[in-house]
Design a protein around this ligand. Structure first.
Ligand code: HEM
Length: 348
């Protein structure tokens, strides 16, 4: 059967170059090769998010009168609906965690250096889109908690000069969070962001095939390579299987919860807090003036994206201690602000 399909294709298109490429593709083996698996794991989790997201969209209704009820229906009536929603919920958390590991590992290996600068910029944009997915998805269950958390989020840009108010109104589709906001978040979450993210991810992964995996400068005298097909791909598949097993364990042992429907007349519930990946922003906003915090985060993100163009030493194959320290400082800042926010919320 396989033979026939191959012959059918062979008679119509020349598969020679593809076969050659598959045979030739190899992955460098050295001390830090294990970090290469995180990009592939992120790719796998994206696929899980797309599949579970499509399944949820069959039942979800983006209107204030039906949103919460439709999610409850998914959790209580649809066969395995609770599992699909819980996988989607935990998958989002895992994906962001895996992408963060992938980003910092490629950073410290200086994989962004010439010729992979564009891969880095695309990666940074993808991370921004992933945070966008998380933000827009949070409102969809239309719970009082998600309502107030979104209210804080969409009002945050207001501190920006000139465009702040406008941006905030665009996000809400009016002057307050309501039906229009829910419709907007849904369209962003299920149409706009997936289209943008898929385009950038395809480009990112295509470039990773064009350039192959980089080798950290410190390992430049590595002497082993592994064939991609089938040796490396099998290992990739093993990592995906372990990832899926952990994801399923979390989804079944700690299913996603669903609190009460929005009641805008109620005061903000005590537990209103952002997801863990937004905590560093939340803490920065609490500690510094809003304008200073948002200004520095926006500037920091731009500098981070431009690192491949600023780090001239790595581009020339030289050690660049300054950028290693810069990455380390950022990592310490993010972790400490997140932990600090978490602890201070538990105390209050
Ligand atoms: C959903 C998000 C992402 C997916 C699916 C993804 C996927 C991948 C894959 C499959 C590879 C090749 C294997 C590897 O080296 O790990 C790769 C490489 C790379 N990625 Fe990503 N990535 C994502 C996000 C990011 C982010 C946020 C950054 C940084 C800002 C980034 C920067 C890079 C770089 C620099 C490489 C080249 C690594 C090397 O050649 O050694 N990626 N990515």
């Amino acid at each position: 059967m396989k033979h026939r399909t191959a012959r059918f294709l062979e008679e119509r298109i020349n598969l020679g170059p593809v076969r050659d490429w598959i045979r030739r593709k190899a992955v460098p083996e050295h001390k830090y090769s294990v970090w290469y698996y995180f990009g592939g794991l992120a790719l796998f989790l994206i696929v899980v998010q797309i599949i579970t997201g499509i399944l949820l969209a069959f039942y979800y209704s983006p209107t204030p009168s039906k949103a919460n009820e439709s999610v409850r229906f998914i959790m209580e009536k649809v066969r395995y609906g609770w599992l699909i929603r819980s996988i989607h919920f935990w998958g989002a958390n895992f994906l962001i965690a895996v992408v963060l590991v992938h980003m910092f590992s490629t950073y410290f290996m200086k994989a962004y250096r010439k010729p992979r600068e564009v891969m880095w910029v695309l990666g940074s944009l993808i991370l921004g889109l992933l945070l966008g997915f998380a933000f827009t998805g949070y409102l969809l269950p239309w719970t009082t908690l998600s309502y107030f958390a979104t209210k804080i989020g969409v009002n945050t840009p207001r501190v920006l000069p000139l465009i702040g108010n406008y941006l905030s109104r665009i996000m809400m589709g009016g002057s307050d969070v309501g039906a229009a906001t829910l419709q907007r978040m849904f369209t962003l979450h299920t149409v706009v962001l997936p289209l943008l993210a898929l385009t950038l991810i395809i480009l990112h992964v295509l470039l990773s095939q064009v350039f192959g995996s980089s080798v950290p400068l410190s390992q430049s005298n590595y002497d082993k390579q592994m064939r991609f097909f089938p040796d490396y791909l099998l290992r990739d598949a093993a990592v995906w299987t372990v990832g899926l097993a952990i994801l399923l364990t979390f989804a079944t042992v700690f299913p996603a919860s669903l609190s009460a429907k929005v009641n805008p007349l109620q005061p903000a519930p005590a537990g209103t807090k952002p997801m863990w990946y937004f905590l560093f922003m939340y803490q920065s906003l609490r500690m510094y003036s809003r304008t200073a915090a948002i200004g520095s985060i926006a500037l920091g993100a731009l500098v981070w994206m431009a690192v491949p163009f600023l780090d001239r030493k790595s581009a020339k194959g030289k050690k660049s201690t300054f950028f290693t320290l810069f990455g380390l400082a950022l990592l310490i800042y993010l972790v400490s602000m997140t932990v600090f926010a978490d602890i201070s919320m538990k105390i209050h």
